[in-house]
Design a protein around this ligand. Structure first.
Ligand SMILES: Nc1ncnc2c1ncn2[C@@H]1O[C@H](COP(=O)(O)OP(=O)(O)OP(=O)(O)O)[C@@H](O)[C@H]1O
Ligand SMILES: [Mg+2]
Length: 283
């Protein structure tokens, strides 16, 4: 099956439970059209917020080839996704504990171009292993690469929900719109919610969301919900520079408060999705 027919079949298949792309019950993907909008910062902070609320959390660095998570946290992983993709280790064997954040991590491999150009079958195998590992956690956060390439589509399609990050910059908004448009062709759109990052205030964040929503409604007939917004906060840059997570270094800042609010919404979303899946399975 070619990729295009697989995507089309999956879109058609959505109504019947989407069996071609298996969807996890507790996987949250973090995506963006444009790079550098804050996906990795948000993924790390969301993971920490969820862990702080008592959940067992895994952060998977899905930015294959440009691993971000370990760099942002100053980790030196002994094992990473490269070992899995080469067939040397199972995915469960490359999980490492990140004590400072209170969650587990699967690290990528920076600068390993071959990881970003995996053949579809290898990618599907990785996805299947991820779905299996996810069963041991309450929540799995997947930090994706920017854009909407095959890896992003496959990992996003296996998520319960994709949080699409945008800022108020026109290029970021245009690329978020493109992500939704291309994603809708792959049957992903109904699982996408928007997070506005680096907002100058809550009301500005809302305004940015409305701009994107209007374009989606007018041109795509889609209504992606807003998952929340994270205010611009100078402490974010500072924590990244110190390779320490935000909720450890500056827990009482606006950005921390905003991400914790989104974490609560994410837990509710997962609980709702699980209820729906159980009900659909019982029918
Ligand atoms: N809420 C925020 N307040 C202030 N600065 C922020 C905020 N979110 C992100 N940033 C800044 O944006 C930079 C990029 O963030 P990050 O590396 O998480 O983006 P990314 O989307 O993962 O990038 P890439 O696409 O390259 O993986 C950070 O180094 C930080 O300085
Ligand atoms: Mg990143």
């Amino acid at each position: 099956m070619t990729e295009a027919t697989m995507l089309a079949a999956n879109a058609a298949n959505e109504e019947y439970g989407g069996t071609l792309f298996r969807r996890g019950k507790n996987i949250i993907a973090v995506a963006s059209g444009k790079g550098g909008v804050g996906k990795t910062f948000f993924s790390v902070t969301l993971s920490q917020a969820l862990a702080k609320s008592g959940k067992k959390v895994l952060l998977f660095d899905g930015d294959l080839g440009l691993a971000n998570v370990d760099v942002q946290l100053g980790l030196m992983p002994k094992r990473d996704l490269n070992d899995v993709i080469r067939g040397r280790l199972g995915l469960d064997k490359v999980i490492q504990r990140y004590e400072d954040g209170g969650f587990d991590i699967i690290a990528g491999r920076s600068g390993q171009a071959s990881l970003s150009a995996l053949p579809s079958q290898r990618l599907a195998l990785l996805r299947d292993q991820l779905l299996e590992v996810a069963e041991k956690y309450d929540v799995v956060i997947v930090d994706l690469g920017a854009g909407v390439d095959r890896t992003v589509r496959m990992l996003s399609a296996s998520a319960t929900r994709t949080l699409l990050i945008t800022t108020d910059e026109p290029t970021s908004l245009t690329d978020a719109y493109a992500f939704i448009k291309l994603g809708s062709a792959a049957g992903m759109s109904k699982y996408v919610s928007i997070v506005v990052n680096q907002a100058s205030s809550a009301s500005e964040g809302e305004k940015t969301y409305k701009t994107l929503l209007k374009a989606c409604e007018n041109f795509l007939r889609l209504h992606p919900p807003m998952a929340g917004m994270v205010r611009h906060d100078p402490r974010v840059k500072e924590t990244i520079r110190h390779q320490t997570p935000l909720l450890t270094r500056s827990p009482n800042t606006e950005a921390a408060e905003d991400v914790e609010k989104i974490a609560r919404a994410v837990l509710k979303d997962i609980a709702d999705a699980q209820k729906q899946m159980t009900a659909a399975g019982a029918r």
